[in-house]
Design a protein around this ligand. Sequence first.
Ligand SMILES: Cc1cc2nc3c(=O)[nH]c(=O)nc-3n(C[C@H](O)[C@H](O)[C@H](O)COP(=O)(O)OP(=O)(O)OC[C@H]3O[C@@H](n4cnc5c(N)ncnc54)[C@H](O)[C@@H]3O)c2cc1C
Ligand code: SF4
Length: 463
Amino acid sequence: MANKIPRVPVREQDPKVRATNFEEVCYGYNVDEARLEASRCLNCKKPRCVESCPVSIQIPQFIARVAEGDFESAARIIAEDSSLPSVCGRVCPQETQCEGSCILGIKGEAVAIGKLERFVGDWSIEHGKTFATVAPTNGYKVAVVGSGPSGLACAADLAKLGYEVTIFEALHKVGGVLEYGIPEFRLPKQKVVAKEVENVKRLGVKIETDTIVGRTATVDQLMDEEGFSAVFIGSGAGLPRFMGIPGENLNGVVSANEFLTRTNLMKAYDDQYDTPIYVGQRVVVVGGGNVAMDAVRTAKRLGAEAFIVYRRSEAELPARVEEVHHAKEEGIDFRMLTNPVEVLGDDKGWVRGIRCIRMELGEPDESGRRSPVEIPGSEFEIECDVVIMALGTSPNPLIASTTAGLETNRRGCIVADENGQTSREGIFAGGDTVTGAATVILAMGAGRKAAKAIDNYIRNKKQ
Ligand SMILES: Cc1cc2nc3c(=O)[nH]c(=O)nc-3n(C[C@H](O)[C@H](O)[C@H](O)COP(=O)(O)OP(=O)(O)OC[C@H]3O[C@@H](n4cnc5c(N)ncnc54)[C@H](O)[C@@H]3O)c2cc1C
Ligand code: SF4
């Protein structure tokens, strides 16, 4: 099925200019562009796009309202299923979810569902529209650990059902990876994240920052001493992995998490802040996911010549296609089929380069992707003064180690069923702490499922 109107392109900042600033890359649609793009939707009776949305947003319904120019109704429809449309419209991998299933994509171009969602979310923010109302309390308290997408989604749904919800957040800012990980040039903090968090607060959700569950209070103390009937753990996967190669303890080797936290949460890119950050002249980022793309594009904006080193080929890059495209436009140097074997140091203990080996693709491994195999004798060096490891993360063990009987798997993830039920009664979990590093929308979906399960659990207990 094709459509006579081509997909409406979105305006973006010029790559040469944006590679030197932290302002948002994509400008989003204006009213005319959004209405024209929305008019492409066929309003399918059995919308494949909705089936592929982890939070089941009523996509054709909201798009139809956009086409009519009734943006308030569009926003109201989205708000039934998501508190974070401006966030998700910017960072969700739509190409593999809703847009990847859109019927128009079979023979032509899918409807730009993500850009339309962003348009509606931004329109609501700009026009001060919020659909949050405080539900009458049912007298039950639920604690949520972590204020990332899973915690926010779980808290919002529970608050709508009348629960008194408190989110406990270890950091001084709310939003999890949305605040400390994803850079300003992809996801503005004040303009977008803070505004959508405000909508969750308007539902009556309390947020206590600077509170580390497992230190300030344990999960059991929250339930036994502070009167919470259930706890949802949405503490993410913030513990970085390293390669275990020689030289990783040299000065100048950092995890992408630390590098991005310094720039985003602690605003190292802004002269008005005192946060130290070491960037050097040439930065090598090891990895090929979204985190690697964010780190390398941040390094470039901070003035370095920036490289990606990835052990497979471009076809296997786990990062979103859009991010890879943007990174290339900004002049990032991609070294594919290349794997580091040693970080090289100078006599003062600082990084001076990285020794790599060339790879070729062999048989598919358990992930289904062709596995990289070293080409003997192909070692070479790349000169650099900073190496950023973006190799994935796992959950911090603090909560599991302070909560007796809470089962974890061999990757340190909390074991939970599809509704978030853990091995302990009254304790639920979801998002990256269960799945390992994944996506915003999957974390939100898990938070929403857990909210339903928590409601069932508390209702059954009452009887
Ligand atoms: C740099 C980067 C870029 C990414 N880009 C994308 C993207 O483009 N698209 C996409 O869909 N996904 C992306 N992701 C992945 C996505 O952000 C995560 O999958 C998602 O944020 C997980 O949500 P969560 O709620 O499970 O955890 P998080 O967002 O990690 O939030 C967990 C929160 O819990 C808090 N916490 C942890 N331990 C405790 C404790 N003991 N007590 C109290 N609070 C605690 C943390 O401080 C944090 O605020 C990216 C991730 C990173 C790091
Ligand atoms: S599948 Fe595509 S055309 Fe059909 S309703 Fe969804 S967005 Fe519209």
